[in-house]
Design a protein around this ligand. Sequence first.
Ligand code: TPU
Ligand code: MG
Length: 568
Amino acid sequence: MSSQPKKFTVGDYLAERLAQIGIRHHFVVPGDYNLILLDKLQAHPQLTEIGCANELNCSMAAEGYARANGASVCVVTFSVGAISAFNGTGSAYAENLPLILVSGGPNTNDASQFHILHHTLGNSDYTYQLEMAKKITCCAVAIPRAEEAPRLIDRAIRAAILSRKPCYIEIPTNLAGATCVRPGPISAVTEPIASDRDALKAACAAAADYLDGKLKPVILVGPKLRRAGAEKELLKLAEAMGCAVAVQPAAKGMFPEAHPQYVGTFWGQVSTDAADSIVHWADALICVGTIFNDYSTVGWTAVPDIPLMAAEIDHVTYPGAHFSRVRLSEFLEGLAADVTYNNNTMLEYNRLRPDPRQVHTAAPEDALTRKEVTRQVQGILTSNSTLFVETGDSWFNGIGLTLPAGAQFEIEMQWGHIGWSIPASFGYAMHFPTRRTIVMVGDGSFQVTAQEVSQMVRYKVPITILLINNRGYTIEVEIHDGSYNKIKNWDYALLVQAFNSTDGHAKGLLANTAGELVTALREAEEHKGGPTLIECTIDQDDCSKELITWGHFVASANARPPKGRHDD
Ligand code: TPU
Ligand code: MG
């Protein structure tokens, strides 16, 4: 190819591998340890560089891009950059996303010469960043010599793709431009590990047998289903069984809500559509990629009390059996062929199914409420929408909505970093420019990562941000109140316009009443040249009853006294 540089370098090698695995945008913050590397990435014809305001946001933008694209990359400088980017890397680990964190590193001569370098802890041991990265990635490598770059880069990227976890690659500043061989076939990096044939067959046969002995099976879908790329196969299994299908809150949207077998979100007392009544009635629970943590179990009050059959990304476990090296998609497909149809839980659910909720429509002049915001967001969701919901009451407001077929839902419930939704939605929208991305975010969360709205302005990304201003950290109030839950109010609509400077096209709007929100949402839909932030003012005490209930149980779980030797 004529555009390829004559001298092929370590930086070119990385760029080519990234392009080969389908990366089209790389999220960066420059620093002197990574500048040559950035030049090399920029030079690749298939990669577009996206600058971020800081490394926390950069890592979160990459986290969001990985949700859309399946993998992502974040490039930062040594320590001052990388240690901030560890937060989004932790999120990618917790949320099962292959984010490739690339950090520039010191010149390879400095450690042996005992040099003290800027941006470091001030001693000449430069291995600490690699050691830290090992804890929050599935594979962390530092390139010691250009000759080792192909092996180590391939190893890290392959590990990330296979395990759906982040990896870390450190490239010393004097190696990014060093000569390197060209990459071999990409299949060596991306080829999936197939299931063990015997284990797969045995797992499906034993699972079908196990279910034959049960009368009331229910499928519970968890967030790892999508990460394993097994949504279609789950649908096949659900239809072959005919049973009720509930989702965990972090898996909302991973089973179509318009499907007749969909029975709502299961999380104990705050379940939607009475999903809990059917899950608790079940005598077999097929848990597909589930995560039972203190939040999804509502402070451990909603842990199912029957034996669970757990189908995970690469193994299957249930009472009396375990099968390793069984890929989720293949297991679901195999079981769909072996299983016996049993729609008992669906018949029962249809008797329990709650009537559609009557939603009150506020008059245009009525002061805006949480319920009215939610009602209006429901009205703008289409098959082309992706809804991001941020930690806070936005979780509960979003989970209560009904997703039309095709609409997507993104939530970061395992890591739960306030502020995630702003950079993550930006990263996501870079991959899906024609989807309508809508964000529901609280005032407290917005203050953490507000700068990244300026990238939405810079790259003209028409995201609609509904900033729900209840003057503080309400979710924290419901768990444990104190003066620390109050925050300084901002003029959010004006702030967003400040990001415009002389050349931007963000809109900042304020909605104090139901009618003002209708007008603002209409304006947002028509505005294509940049983001629209709508500050929705609601009363400080206006929050969902689900948040209050959930908050009480989580607070009790947090407050359990330590169990000492004498209490056993
Ligand atoms: O709806 P609402 O008012 O609860 O949402 P808002 O205003 O965004 O407040 C969120 C409050 C909150 C905090 C302070 N939720 N979780 N936290 C704890 C927390 C602190 N720091 C990070 C990075 N993430 C957190 N989840
Ligand atoms: Mg708030």
